[in-house]
Design a protein around this ligand. Structure first.
Ligand SMILES: [Zn+2]
Length: 448
């Protein structure tokens, strides 16, 4: 780099001129005749020189510092070589958020070669306000709040000869968000043999992401919008790990995640399955379903006394509400069920018969604890009687054994007429849980 400083007066303005593709030490006349020049103003020749040497001013092969007086001498060339200070820089493009945190957003955009810097604006009530200036094509906006969605724009500027800012057009606006706050207070509010209800403290966000540890990895299992979620399909007496984080979406559906919550380890309760004389009891409750059959010899001789008395109490209560209930099918022995099931198989085939009728030895009717009310067909659904039964049978110790929507769990289609006697305490617990009996006890109902 070749520098030539000329100083011919006390109150002169100095310029740095940079030219391309020159060799040797040209005359100033030659320098000024070269068209491709870059001018930068400096307060003194020494300051101009320092700018060149420090690299602050981009120089090519040769650079010259000349005084304004010299321009006068070569006045003809001055106009020709002076850059047009009114030409603004180009529009900023490619604006995006390269990193978002709880209280800050780092913006990036495409660099503009001839820009001296950029101004960054944040939309506030009342319009856009400048939040800062930067030389680089990036800026970290700080001091924001968690889960804020905000508009940003950026524009480039050049600094004119007189020190004024010459701005280019604004970029397209970017609508992005800070990260959601950290979720705290994750706890299990309810546990069953095969489900855990999680709840946590609410933070501002679009949704929460529930993670469960599976095979040594955190896996997303749900995206609830409220601060509670019930994880189902678990096994009894098993430990599970969960964490939650909040998520804020920007306009591009990009997720801005908060930190992970505390880790919660939950162990589901253990159920006890006992077999006595071939009959299965889960937590003391006699079970007859597709997994747990009864011996062909099991025969209580009719509905149990407790079951029948409970029915009478229910029937009387229903009568007071103007509802008439009767038992259309109560106890069925192994041989009765065998005859019934086989007649269904002959009519509809085995696969279809299995959806509504139990194989002999697997019917709840054989327990003496179950009965069909009024009309054992889907035409009973949604009748006044069926609605009364669904809303009130728990008060007398019964549950709707095969509820709507639980076919894959109970193994049977919805039967609004089939009730099972559990006793008042247990019936209330199962009713309040909203679960079917298999879910409540953490057992299956599948033929082997
Ligand atoms: Zn039935």
């Amino acid at each position: 780099m070749l520098l030539c400083a000329l100083q011919n007066g006390a109150d002169m303005v100095y310029y740095i001129m940079c030219i391309e593709n020159d060799t040797g030490q040209p005359e100033l006349t030659e320098v000024l005749s070269v068209r491709k020049m870059i001018f930068r103003k400096a307060a003194s020749a020494a300051a101009a020189l320092a700018l060149c040497l420090s690299g602050t001013v981009a120089c090519y092969d040769d650079a010259y510092v000349v005084s304004a007086l010299q321009y006068k001498i070569y006045g003809n060339y001055q106009e020709q070589t002076k850059p047009d200070p009114t030409e603004p820089p180009a529009k900023v493009t490619g604006l995006y958020a390269s990193e978002t945190k709880t209280t800050s957003i780092r913006l990036c955009w495409d660099k503009i070669q001839d820009a001296d810097g950029y101004s960054v604006y944040l939309k506030q009530t009342g319009g856009y306000q400048e939040v800062g200036k930067t030389d680089a094509a990036t800026y970290n906006v700080t001091g924001l709040l968690p889960s804020w969605r905000r508009h940003f724009i950026v524009r480039a500027y050049k600094i004119g000869e007189d020190g004024t800012f010459i701005y280019g057009p604004y970029s397209d606006q970017l609508f992005t968000a800070t990260c959601a706050d950290t979720v705290t207070g994750l706890k299990a509010t309810k546990k069953t043999y095969n489900s855990v209800t999680l709840s946590w403290n609410r933070v501002s966000c679009n949704m929460y992401i529930v993670y469960q540890m599976k095979n040594g990895k955190w896996q997303r299992i749900a995206k609830p919008t409220t601060n509670s979620y019930t994880v189902t399909g678990l096994s009894n007496n098993t430990s599970y790990n969960f964490v939650i984080r909040a998520c804020k979406l920007d306009d591009y559906k990009k997720e801005h995640l908060g930190w992970l919550s505390n880790k919660l380890t939950v162990t589901t309760p253990k159920n006890t399955i006992v077999k006595k004389n071939g009959v299965t009891y889960v937590n003391g409750i006699l079970i007859a379903n597709k997994t747990y059959g009864l011996p062909s010899t099991y025969n209580p001789g009719g509905l149990t006394k407790a079951t029948y008395n409970a029915f009478l109490e229910m029937k009387n209560a229903a009568a007071k509400d103007g509802i008439s209930l009767w038992i259309c099918s109560g106890f069925r022995s192994y041989s009765t069920q065998s005859w019934l099931y086989n007649s269904y198989v002959n009519r509809d085939g085995r696969a279809k018969a299995d959806t509504y009728s139990a194989r002999p030895g697997y019917s709840e009717h054989q327990t003496g604890l179950a009965m069909d009310i009024n009309n054992a067909s889907s035409s009973f659904n949604n009748t006044r009687e069926a609605r009364w039964l669904a809303n009130n049978c728990w008060k007398y110790g019964f549950i709707i054994r095969y509820p709507n929507g639980k076919q894959n769990i109970t193994g049977y289609k919805y039967e609004s007429w089939h009730v099972r006697y559990l006793g008042k305490d247990m019936a209330k617990k199962v009713y309040d849980s909203g679960l079917c009996l298999e879910e409540y006890l953490g057992i299956t109902s599948r033929y082997k």
